[in-house]
Design a protein around this ligand. Structure first.
Ligand code: MF3
Ligand code: CO
Length: 247
């Protein structure tokens, strides 16, 4: 797999900063009554105003700037005109492109008041990501990242959707390698400085089995359980993991 130079990592970080700012802006605007289509329009405008392009539009035919995955939607949901309601959770996933370099990050937002169970799901998903990021250092392997996700999720009592994986990123949204959300410690591809990957665990309150809807994109849990996802773009560096989409 490709390794990026420091200059290239700086360029990816520029795109990452736009994504991070976008998520911060969403966090302060999202509320009951807001639609995911409004958020999508906002994201597209926000990126363009900052000299970035929303790289998901047209990617393998995907029609929107964001994926908006509500409640039992695991990922790749289409933004729509349905108002979000108190108690919903929604994952907003986006990729910004700045001068040909891309960064990818997803965040799950809770709408209004949430139940303790949803709070636990969100906290567990974040900490699965955090624990996996700590493994993104030279000398560790992809299996260490996957194991961190899976074990952390299961300790918290949630299941991991292993159908979807993280990926290398740079000039393309999806580059090698696949970054699986399970694995065995000490196994898999050796991590080296310059590798830039996404880590993107999806946890559910129920079954990890999914189905894909008629639109060919929308993935839902088979049992209707809630799903949450947090994703960052991370560079492996000599000085440790550099989170390029942090906010
Ligand atoms: N951002 C997604 C990821 O995490 C990619 C979405 S594919 C798209 O891999 F087609 F929806 F853009
Ligand atoms: Co993403």
């Amino acid at each position: 797999m490709e390794r990026k130079t420091q200059e290239e990592i700086r360029r990816i970080a520029k795109a990452g900063r736009v994504v991070a700012e976008c998520h911060r802006a969403i966090a302060s605007r999202i509320a009951p009554g807001v639609t995911t289509l409004e958020i999508d329009r906002f994201v597209e405008r926000f990126m363009r105003e900052r000299g970035a392009t929303p790289a998901q539009i047209g990617y393998k035919g995907y029609p929107f700037a964001t994926c908006a995955s509500v409640n039992d939607v695991v990922c790749h949901g289409f933004p729509d005109a349905e108002p979000l309601e108190e108690g919903d959770i929604v994952t907003i996933d986006m990729v910004a492109d700045v001068e040909g370099w891309k960064a990818d990050s997803a965040w799950t937002y809770a709408i209004g008041k949430t139940t303790p169970r949803v709070k636990r799901l969100l906290r567990a998903t974040r900490s699965a990501l955090d624990r996996a990021i700590k493994q993104a250092v030279p000398g560790k392997r992809l299996g260490d990242i996957g194991h961190a996700v899976k074990s952390s999720a299961e300790e918290a009592g949630f299941n991991v959707v292993t159908t979807f994986v993280g990926h290398g990123i740079g000039r393309e949204i999806h580059e090698l390698p696949h970054v699986e959300n399970n694995g065995r410690p000490g196994k898999g591809l050796l991590l080296k400085p310059g590798m830039v990957i996404t880590i993107e665990p999806i946890l559910t309150t129920g079954s990890a089995d999914i189905w894909i809807g008629q639109d060919g994109w929308t993935a839902r849990t088979q049992d209707g359980a809630l799903a949450a996802q947090f994703e960052h773009t991370v560079a492996v560096t000599e000085r440790g993991p550099a989170v390029l989409t942090d906010w």
